[in-house]
Design a protein. Structure first.
Length: 644
């Protein structure tokens, strides 16, 4: 036994040595080893951004400071803030997503949609609206009863559709919607229409707002899309035969006009069509495919040749005169692919959850994970019978059932209590909705746990991923530390800025005199005179701020320190310049308050931008020296020489 243990230890040591040989330590900063791969990655990336490439030795000095500043950020606890952790988690996941994408499943969805898009399918359905209250058990049961009457008891489909379907437009025709094209309807409905065999009745199909049963129909090759203009003469609902006849005569008259002069179609549509939205565009409609228009209009439009005008066509809206402009092919594979990729990122589309489950399955295989279906089914059955309420959350969140494992990652269990603590506790009565909510919650939970495992794997096994994560993490820490120690301090340290200016006054020189004070612009002279009285002879910054609010819309008060020739209004008021009016035409009067002329800067405010930048640079120099004294750095010069 002892011999075998020693052999195992030797093997582990050999593996560790082999890995170290592949990625040796190039330097140690504050006790943290930096691998050669990370240094090389940042060195080459940095040089790509430089006009003059740096030598390895030059970059090594910058790299030391970079790592020291990251270490200081950790010492200040900047990596423990909620904002930092949240930002890092988002970046880790975003960066990992391409590695976790199940391309096989996605392309299967693209292939499926492309197959649908190559055809048009006759759609016949019975539809019920869902309940707005969230519990759709009764709606589901009612539709199931309708389906049973048709499938098991031989009831007439047409009669059941006319009697029960909430889709009034198709109910009168036995639920027949005509032919439809792909990518226009909710996925579950589209899939049922295109995949239910002709003459058979589908299971209940659920979309976000409705439930359906679908009767399989005929298929035909897609006719693509068509662009048309039309003239509509509306027949009012419940119109008498006399009114209908009058509308028909009007349509016939317009038809004779446009047939005699086809080029007049747009003008006639604009002036006579009852479809006001289209008439504003000379009767032109957006490009459309099968199923997007009422069947009579669809059939007539696709039957025309380019440029041809139809005789008046009757629909439930009235009479249409249609001029075909041109046809267009069906969706290309690239268009289908873009459509599917968009849909799988939409939580309202079933493909979204389908993609998550496929991704989870793929990662579970990689990480030897499994779900305990028996425990999961027990939770789902309980939700179906009892709903989701405080009793459910207590039973599975803190009670004895909370210890049951719903998932194993390797040999590590994840229990019900862990899951329940991570979902929103909604109160849903016993129903399919309760089961659906719980099912989705479990799917998200399993997916998230697998994502965490995958991100850990990527950090260990994928150098590119690891380097990008380290760069973002340490770069964010450096930025936060630099902001705290240099930039914010340099901006807000009033005493420090003043002391720096006083010590370096000779570094800030002007070659022209500068006018200083407050430039006041007012709506009229009376308002300007009023402001002069209010301002008096002296005003603090706080007083100026208060006056800006008080006279908002009536006057502006701007502190200025400008050289002669930089501002025409100030030149006029202070340097006997050419007379000008206020720049903003809303104002007609202007004056300078607390004016003076300085030959050289007198205070920090006169050159604040320059002083702030120089003071920040000085703070950074001091900080760099402090870091070099505080943090120990050991460089492996032999490894440094290996950098290419």
């Amino acid at each position: 036994m002892k011999k075998r243990l020693l052999a195992g230890s030797a093997l582990a040591a050999a593996i560790a040595m082999a890995w170290a040989a592949k990625d040796p330590v190039i330097m140690t900063v504050n006790g943290v080893d930096i691998p050669l791969s990370e240094f090389e990655y940042l060195y080459h990336k940095n040089n790509l951004q430089q006009a003059v490439p740096q030598t390895v030795e030059e970059y090594a000095e910058l790299f030391k400071l970079y790592k020291m500043k990251a270490a200081e950020g950790r010492a200040l606890g900047l990596d423990t803030t909620a904002d930092f952790r949240s930002e890092m988690e988002k970046y880790r996941l975003e960066l990992a997503m391409p590695y976790m994408t199940d391309s096989t499943s996605i392309y299967a969805l693209v292939d499926e949609e492309a197959r649908f898009a190559a055809e048009e399918a006759s759609a016949t359905h019975i539809m019920l609206f869902k309940s707005g209250k969230g519990d759709n058990t009764r709606v589901h049961a009612r539709l199931d009863s309708i389906r049973n009457e048709i499938v098991k008891n031989g009831a007439s489909w047409d009669e059941m559709a006319r009697t029960y379907s909430h889709d009034q437009a198709s109910a009168k025709s036995g639920g027949n919607m005509g032919y439809i094209s792909a990518m226009k309807y909710p996925y579950a409905f589209e899939k049922a229409v295109f995949e239910t065999p002709e003459g058979e009745v589908s299971e209940i199909v659920e979309t976000p707002n409705t439930m359906h049963i679908v009767k399989g129909g005929k298929h035909r090759p897609t006719r693509g899309k068509v662009l048309v203009s039309h003239i509509l003469k509306l027949v009012p609902p419940g119109a008498s035969p006399e009114v209908e006849a009058a509308v028909k005569r009007s349509a016939d008259s317009l038809y004779n006009v446009v047939v005699a002069n086809p080029e007049s179609f747009g003008i006639v549509a604009r002036d006579n069509s009852d479809d006001k939205s289209a008439s504003r565009n000379m009767g032109r409609l957006p490009l459309f495919g099968a199923g997007e228009m009422v069947e009579e209009f669809d059939k007539a439009a696709f039957a025309l040749a380019d440029g041809e005008i139809s005789k008046p066509v009757k629909s439930r809206f009235g009479w249409h005169i249609i001029q075909r402009i041109q046809g267009a092919p069906g969706a290309s594979r690239e268009e289908v692919k873009a459509f599917v990729l968009n849909r799988i990122n939409n939580p309202q589309d079933p493909r979204y959850m389908q993609n998550i489950k496929n991704q989870t399955s793929q990662m579970m295989r990689r990480h030897s994970a499994r779900i305990d279906d028996f425990v999961v089914q027990g939770m789902l059955d309980y939700a179906a019978s009892n709903g989701l309420d405080s009793t459910f959350y207590a039973k599975f969140g803190t009670g004895p059932d909370s210890k049951k494992a719903i998932m194993y990652i390797g040999k590590t269990p994840l229990d019900c209590g862990y899951f329940v603590s991570r979902i929103t506790h909604l109160n849903i009565p016993p129903s399919a909705d309760a089961v659906n909510y719980l099912n989705d919650g479990l799917a998200y939970f399993f997916n998230r746990r697998m994502q965490e495992m995958e991100m850990e794997r990527l950090a260990k096994e994928e150098p590119e991923y690891r380097n990008l994560i380290n760069e973002y993490h340490d770069g964010s820490l450096l930025f936060a530390a630099q902001t705290k120690k240099v930039w914010d301090k340099g901006m807000n340290d009033t005493e420090g800025l003043k002391a720096y200016f006083d010590a370096h006054r000779d570094d800030y020189r002007w070659d022209k005199p500068h006018a200083k004070g407050y430039l006041v612009q007012a709506v009229d002279q009376a308002m300007a005179d009023s402001l002069k009285q209010v301002l008096g002879t002296e005003a603090t910054d706080e007083r100026i701020q208060a006056l800006r609010k008080e006279f908002r819309g009536k006057a502006t008060i701007d502190r200025v320190c400008v050289a002669q020739g930089e501002n025409k209004m100030v030149d006029y008021l202070m340097f006997d310049g050419e007379k000008v009016s206020p720049k903003n035409t809303k104002y007609t009067a202007m004056f300078m308050f607390s004016p003076s002329v300085a030959q050289q800067p007198e205070e920090v405010a006169d050159v604040r931008g320059q002083v702030t930048t120089d003071y920040q640079n000085e703070l950074e120099r001091q900080w760099n020296d402090e870091l070099k004294r505080k943090y120990k750095v050991k460089v492996n010069k032999k490894v440094l020489q290996k950098v290419k």
